[in-house]
Design a protein around this ligand. Sequence first.
Ligand code: PEP
Ligand code: MG
Length: 565
Amino acid sequence: MTAGGETGAGPRRYDGRVASPGFAAGPLFRIERSSAPTRQAATLAPEAERARLEAALEQARADLALLVAETSGEASGILAFQLALAEDDTLTDPALSATSTGQSAEAAWQAAVGVLIADYQSASDEYFRARAGDLRDLEGRVLDALAGGAAHIDLPDRAIVVAKDLAPSVFLGLDWSGRGIALEAGSPTSHVAMLARARNVPLLIGLGPVVAEAGEMALIDGASGALIIAPDDLTERRFRTRQAEAEAIRESTAALALKPAITADGERVEVHLNIADPTELESLDPATCDGIGLVRTELLFHGRKGLPGENEQAAVYARILRWAKGRPVTIRTLDAGGDKPIPGLTIDDELNPFLGLRGIRLMLARPDVFRAQLRALLRAAPEGDLKIMIPMVGVPEEMVRVRTMIAEVRAALSSTGTPHGTAAIGMMVEVPAAALTLDQFDTDFVSIGSNDLVQYTLAASRDADLGAALSDAANPAVLHLIETVVRTGRERGIPVSLCGDAAGDALVLPKLLATGLRTISVAAPRVAEAKRVIAAYRTAANAKPRSGLAQRLGRVLGLSDGRRG
Ligand code: PEP
Ligand code: MG
């Protein structure tokens, strides 16, 4: 097999990165959007070019509005963001004006979008850079409309789609069952990557130019990150074996998801779910979890024009509570800022957004937005067992102010006879100061946000690639803080859980259990694996003593087996 880039028949291998794991095999199919050369010089009078562009923009808006109405959750948010861009005069006005200078509608549109794309691409924030993909998607949609409409894509069965990058709206318009995606460019934080992960579609990125003919046999190895074209018999046989093994592991672990999590020495561990998009719940069985440990409400506020109203929020929260069928549901109030900017709400160009006005700090500075969310939460509360969780709490004063506001909101609801319920009020521990002084906080429960706790403890940005050692939840300083929180919770009778990604990491979870933690919350695809790790876990007191050699080896390798002492 040759390394990537060679033309012609024969096996070829391209190595990239796994943005969504899984195996797929089938005929290669290339998607090239807007690859047709666009007209640069105007061939019509300026007014006619302007009218063409106006009509194409109108067409794009109408198509997007239809797609927004047909989708929900995250997908709908992405499309709504594009619709908001298409409706934004600051983007469309310069394009329409440029047609009066003798440019074609296509050239005028591409120039105007190009300026904005360059802006997004040069942003220091990875999140904004990834949004350039949404702009390119909109650019292509309008160009398609100018060319008389997008070509219909008919994917062959089990197709392996190869593309430079894939627009979210193209992804959302296709059926991916049994298929996979191999991108020459791409980003792990792009919307397409997020969507592919949520829908279990294997996706490779960063493969570089792929030289292949449509219909050639292609294999996506979502474990190693390789795309293999025209494999020989031996390579394909090995691939099929690996695929079958991965499937068998997935199936045997999946059965665990429905069982309660019990350690090897019989201790019950609660496993809750992290939810970012309420539509995720549609395909999930409540019996797989002990409750919902974290609903990130940011998505409700993302990619849309204006903030969601109180009624819209109340309906979403009520839906989640009904889904849980009486199990506890922890809904986190808006955690905007840091890596989660929301136009019109968070501060643009904040010098150090992770240390600035984010989470509860921003909500206390914007009581109008906070109050609407609290009202919506309390109105939904009668539908189940609601817990309200406050993000990014650093000092006790913040919880005092939150409780005062909640009391005011409740009084206002009562005074107007608006039906509502009650909820426990808890806080996240993501800031080391909160971990160290937890006994000072007025909180009904605690959930440790290890993602942020790691970055604030190790002074290592969570979205910078600073190496594994600086983003390790098993770092002794982080584990020490977690242990402190678990102990304080136990002493004060306050339930403690952990909802950061560390709980879904099979290597870190035993170390978390060793701190005494007995409640975790993980993303749905991690539930079965977490229960498997818990079933194999034994506390230090009950662990079989290791041989002297094993102990020495363990020390050399830095392994603790999750055992303390
Ligand atoms: C965390 O910080 O661990 C957490 C769960 O919050 P988020 O990842 O949404 O910041
Ligand atoms: Mg956090």
